[in-house]
Design a protein around this ligand. Structure first.
Ligand code: PRP
Length: 209
């Protein structure tokens, strides 16, 4: 049996469709209920719906053999997992944004509000820029508006949230997409089954034109 941690929500539904098309369907998952675990014994697959940011924890600790996590989470938490495949969905970017009149005064420490503390720290360390990190848990865009920070480091997908809050992108840090990941021990002991899933999923990946 291969245990798969799926990110709950819109992305997870797309991911499940890819598994389904790859031949790992589990019809009961589509029944509208609040169950979190679904299994197709015949196909040797069991799915769990978990919070997207928790997928890598389940996989790292072996509660799931494989899972799908955003590159943002993998960069931020550096879990000890194998990254097997870029699914080319859930695409967005990690970016620095600020008010339209933002000007970076190098003489001053830059105040950066973010959920992604490690990504922000390593990005500014690579630029030898002194920063003061302000860790927030959501609604990051409000920080520069209220003068809590000079800039934010956050995910930008459509750009609507920035636009509606009169913020602009200052720099893009890294493109983000969903990745198929594996527990290291599972990959060693269930290599054949996992590789078969990777091949099936690879065939479902849609590349950009
Ligand atoms: C994310 C991110 C931005 C928004 C970007 O927030 O933090 O706020 O999506 O998307 P857009 O460019 O399409 O507007 P999310 O909805 O995950 O909630 P959060 O406030 O908890 O971060």
């Amino acid at each position: 049996m291969i245990n798969v941690a799926l990110p709950k929500g819109r992305l997870g539904e797309k991911v499940y469709q890819m598994f389904e098309r790859a031949g790992y369907e589990c019809p009961s998952i589509k029944e509208n209920n609040r169950k979190l675990i679904f299994e197709n014994a015949e196909k040797g697959i069991r799915y769990f719906w978990v919070k997207p940011s928790d997928v890598s924890i389940y996989v790292e600790r072996g509660a799931a053999d494989i899972g799908v996590a955003g590159k943002d989470i993998l960069l931020e938490y550096s879990p000890e997992v194998y990254e097997l495949l870029d699914l080319n969905i859930g695409k967005c970017r990690m970016a620095v944004a600020g008010k339209k009149d933002f000007y970076d005064d190098n003489q001053r420490t830059l105040r950066v509000a973010t959920k992604f503390v490690n990504i922000a720290k390593s990005y500014y360390a690579s630029k030898c820029r002194d920063i003061d990190i302000i860790k927030l848990n959501g609604s990051i865009e409000i920080a520069p508006i209220l003068g809590l920070s000079d800039v934010i480091v956050d995910i930008v997908e459509t750009g609507t949230t920035l636009k509606e809050n009169d913020l602009d992108i200052v720099e893009t840090i890294v493109p983000i997409s969903a990745r198929l990941i594996s527990n290291k021990a599972s990959f060693k002991f269930k290599t054949e089954e996992i590789e078969k899933i990777v091949e099936g999923m690879k065939a479902q990946v849609k590349f950009d034109d």
